[in-house]
Design a protein around this ligand. Sequence first.
Ligand code: GLA
Length: 689
Amino acid sequence: MAQVSQDGRTWLLTGPASSYAVHVTDRDELVHLHWGPRIALADAEALARRPLPDDWPFESRLDGREEYPVEGGPRFTRPALSVRAGARRGTEWVFDGHEADDGTLRLRFRDGALTVTLHYRMRGDVIERWVTLHNGGPAVELLRADSATWTLPDREQWRLSQLHGRWAAESRLTRSPLTYGEKVIGSRRGHTGHQHLPWVALDTDATEEHGEVYGCALGWSGSWRICVAQLPDARVQITGGSGHDDSGLLMLDTDETHVTPVFAGLWSDGGFGGASRAWHAYQRTYVVPGADRDRPVLFNSWEATGFDIAQEQQRELAERAAAMGVELFVVDDGWFGARTSDRAGLGDWTPNPDRFPGGLKPLADHVHALGMQFGIWVEPEMVNPDSDLYRAHPDWVQFQPGRRRTEFRNQLVLNLARDDVREYLWEQLHGLLSAAPVDYVKWDFNRCFTDAGWPGDPYPQRLWTDHVHGLYGLLDRLRAAHPHVAFESCSGGGGRIDLGILSRTDQVWTSDNTDPLDRLAVQHGFSQIHPARVMAAWVTDSPNTMLNGRVSSLRFRFVSAMAGVLGVGGDLTRWTGEELAEAREWVALYKEIRPVVQRGDLYRLRPPEGGLSAVQYVLGDETVVLACLQAQHHGEPVPALRLRGLDPTASYECRESDEVHRGAVLLHHGLPTGLRGDLDAAVFRLRRL
Ligand code: GLA
């Protein structure tokens, strides 16, 4: 809800626990007033009456206080908006009014023919912010247009949390003190990237369950940048948006409008855990489509059969998967065109006639007859030079005239900014989903942009942005035409995970690293922002074939993967009868706890670094604890797990031990786990009596 002061120059947004306030001065400067616990409009008005400091030649009175710092005039911070019109750069706006009718607050400013509108929408305590730019005059160049700048309150020493990584090692959490200057994270790769999730959190003294945490997360699946700046007077601002630098985002023609992606912000006083739970609830309620429906247990063929796939062999895998209780069978790479290795076939989305003589339908029908859904892998934005598509349309890829075309994994990136490319992909994919009863699409993206050129286009720079809009448009169109089909976002594992892709996919592939121990750290980081409901996790073979040869028990592999959307990805033809039978029990157990895991509140009881790690989920009267012990040392007893989110006055029955525990005892003295040795793990189900 937005409230506005009598003079129409101070606004207050209110969520269940938080407030946010801004003010336009009599010089039309938009200043930030408050972001934090709930306040009243009168408090915001009192803040608005506090004078800004005086200008002087070496510092700006606006820096660190402005809601959306534009380039130009008395400002020295990194601008959120940078516009070039002919020989003139920068923006000098006048306030042009506000609207707050439909749950969104819009603040409008004008600079000549350019209208800049700041949008604010409360979703619980998450504030979604974005900006629209409308050009009523001759073409202007948008060098930078961030979605929002967030201003933190004055505090002594901020600490920055971020999720860094690389291929097979995504979303690992680090925390470091913020120092003077700028800390910039982002992607120059054309996709969200494995290197950073587009999220940061700032706190001064928070713990897992206590203290104030400010966080923000970007909804954009292309290149992006978030800059956290500690200014000379120690004030902190975070500015972020699409695009990696200020050298040209788009050309905005006469009467064109540019809409930035959403940059969402959240204040919480429940520590890192409270902030995560609020982010999770926000995504389940407002972002992820159909998040009230639980995701099925899937089998994926990639680690089992790689590129070497055939109909008979997939049928056999499907039979074993079905017997295990798997609900969705996914044929990964290798089913189409001349795709017998990563050297050929991308772009030709028709089933390989040697491998699938009757197309995919016979296998899909068999899978359905076994009682499972059927899924396929695609990588539509790419092409192998050795493909019919590339031979017919070598100009459909991104390339720079007269330059080498960089091949990564023997593939080039299609130019999705082109109408003909998007139309071709629509026809191929729509045809595919219409020809066989496909229930699920794993949509991959396996290389970064390197030669983002578009010979012949007057402003090729736009392909960075238009590629992403092209991808979003295709997904939206396919979802509308095939509403029963679920989509997974994959990019060599977790290279494309953000609020933008999550608003049009059902789950994401977290990492190509399926080692159950490494996964604990990846999942710990992932859970800082995204819910278990979208986090795919597979049980694969031991020794681990993809990465490190680590040997682990089925128990450990299952408990690690049960923390998200469970999948199985091992070569089931090589699993023994006992292994298959044990796996069947784990899958049955997962189905039982699934509603609690996928829809419950997550409490991270212990981080993975400590040797013993555990997560707890609470939904209504049900509680699930997943505990993993990396290694026991010196025969020391493994500590009991102090649970959270329980009623201290209630009693809880543990299904594993049949014991009844007092809530207060579980909260203050903990649940004994009985774990011992190396790579041990256990699941505990508790029900409130
Ligand atoms: C990427 C994905 C894998 C698999 C392969 C297939 O690496 O992350 O899961 O689908 O592509 O080529």
